[in-house]
Design a protein around this ligand. Structure first.
Ligand code: MG
Length: 219
């Protein structure tokens, strides 16, 4: 039997949740530990971390792996879960997230979170936000599939999970927009107030919902 409707894939950090939590772990939590173990000022430790992060860059899977960074900084014995737990109070959904997820659910759309966050981050965010009330499937692309969204194969594989057309939304211009579009997936760039944007970028998820409803009518 032919299935109707759409499947919607959401990026997590910077799309459904704001980035205060991940920023706090990477730009406060880790530098604090680096400062402690190396006897540096916090400011010097922050500079050092930022420089090392930049050397690797976000198009490498290592960028997302906390264990890699703790090893590099000589913090391999640190309890990663404890480090992350210190910042869970900063986890926040954008105001437009729940209304849009609720509407997608009312429309009977299948939803998935497709994230470059590794499991220790993703799982805490899901717990803190209650997103599992709306979404059944959460994919940590690095931890569950050993790749990142910058790899076309990740979106190709995602597409095979659904019988209905897939629409993806996310805040990263390359990984959430250009890559899925390059293999024919309908994608929307959600611009949250910083970083590069296009004329077609949407200023939040409400505008995205309108596009989805229009696309739904075409299926
Ligand atoms: Mg993002």
């Amino acid at each position: 039997m032919e299935e109707r409707g759409l499947s919607i894939s959401f990026d997590l950090d910077g799309t459904l949740t704001d980035t205060s939590f991940v920023d706090a772990v990477w730009n406060e939590g880790i530098p604090r530990e680096v400062a402690r173990i190396r006897g540096l000022s916090l400011s010097d430790a922050k500079d050092m971390c930022a420089m090392e992060y930049a050397k690797v860059g976000e198009l490498s899977i290592r960028w997302y792996k906390l264990d890699y960074w703790l090893g590099l900084f000589g913090l391999g014995s640190l309890d990663t879960d404890a480090l992350i737990l210190k910042f869970v109070d900063s986890i926040r959904l954008y105001e437009d997230a729940i209304p849009v997820l609720d509407e997608c659910r009312k429309q009977g759309l299948k939803m998935v979170v497709f994230s470059n966050a590794t499991r220790p981050f993703l799982d805490r965010e899901v717990e803190a936000t209650g997103l599992s009330q709306y979404i059944d499937t959460f994919i940590s692309v690095p931890d569950d599939w050993g790749m990142i969204k910058a790899d076309k194969e990740a979106f190709t594989r995602l597409q095979t999970m659904f019988k209905t057309p897939l629409v993806h939304a996310g805040d990263h211009l390359y990984s959430d927009y250009e890559v899925p579009k390059s293999i024919g997936i309908e994608a929307y760039h959600i611009w949250r107030g910083s970083g590069p944007r296009l004329e077609s970028s949407l200023y939040g998820l409400t505008g995205f919902m309108d596009r989805v409803l229009r696309a739904q009518k075409r299926t």
